[in-house]
Design a protein. Structure first.
Length: 302
């Protein structure tokens, strides 16, 4: 194996993300960061560089400010950076994005392409598999362990049913789960070294494809409407006592007043087997996602 590529995306902070009501796209004029899953992909590429001596390249498609994400990746130890930057790419959905990235990747003949499991702003998980299909290479998504020997890739991947063992030949594409490797910290020395590494800018016309395949023109999906939905007003009642028994008693009284303790049905409803399976390793809710993202970013920058 000689060459490894990492595709990353610069995303807004989760709490700052919001839609432009006119363009119906996510605003990116605030603070933008490398997504937590992408940090994992970068760390794995650097680990492969140390293990096999491969050349590593980071590539992103985005507006001019996305160069800062590439500079950070270089500071983490990636060898070279490529920025697909052109107004023709604006408004791309996942397929148009995959087309642009695949058009550049196919000319470089990488043995392995890495991406994060998905980006935390959209969470579709579509770009990686789409790139693999466009390149005509095997794909393994949600990789949590990885071994490469000769021209063979062996991995464990997360699935809804648990963990699967997968083997395929190189070249291949993988998307990285958070358990694959710990994110890399950026040291001042790394930032200084990154300043001497150039960032190559690629325009749409240089990809050798019809420009109508990119941007809004090349996107078969789009956002038709954006609505702001206000959540229900919630009244919080606090139970102030140091006695657990008293707290439980007050809780029961409060629940009874709300009508929450109605008699259970005498007939038990059968629950399908698939519902009973434990969701091992899964995270639920935006709060859990924000906590994990913050932890990953803290590990990367410490």
């Amino acid at each position: 194996m000689r060459k490894v590529a990492v595709c990353i995306k610069q995303i807004p902070l989760v709490d700052d993300a919001n839609f432009d009501p006119v363009t119906k796209t996510i605003r990116r004029d605030g603070i933008n960061i490398i997504g937590a899953y992408d940090l994992t992909a970068i760390a794995e590429a650097v680990a492969l560089k140390r293990q096999f001596g491969v050349e590593t390249t980071v590539v992103t498609m985005g507006p001019p400010q996305a160069r800062s994400a590439l500079a950070d990746a270089l500071a983490m130890g990636i060898d070279r950076a490529v920025h697909l930057e052109d107004r023709a790419f604006a408004g791309s959905d996942t397929l148009a994005t995959a087309r642009a990235l695949a058009a550049w990747l196919q000319h470089e003949q990488f043995e392995l392409v890495l991406l994060g499991k998905y980006s935390l702003d959209a969470e579709t998980g579509q770009v990686g598999p789409e790139i693999a299909e466009l390149l005509g290479v095997p794909q393994v998504t949600g990789v949590c362990t990885l071994q490469i020997a000769g021209g063979t890739l062996r991995a464990e991947r997360e699935s809804d049913e648990g963990v699967e063992e997968v083997e395929c030949s190189l070249p291949a594409l993988i998307t990285c789960a958070e358990r694959l490797i710990k994110p890399i910290g950026v040291r001042p020395k790394g930032r200084e070294e990154a300043k001497s590494k150039p960032i190559l800018t690629i325009r749409a016309a240089e990809l050798g494809a019809d420009s109508k395949q990119f941007g809004l023109a090349g996107s078969p999906t789009w956002v038709k409407e954006v609505r702001a939905q206000e959540g229900p007003k919630v009244h919080c009642q606090f139970i102030e006592t140091s006695d657990p028994a008293d707290a439980a008693s007050q809780l029961l009284i409060a629940l009874e007043r709300k009508g929450a303790l109605r008699p259970r049905a005498t007939v038990r409803q059968r629950v399908a087997t698939i519902v009973r399976k434990p969701a091992r390793g899964r995270m639920f809710g935006s709060r859990a996602r924000r906590i994990w993202q913050a932890r990953s970013l803290a590990e990367a920058w410490n």
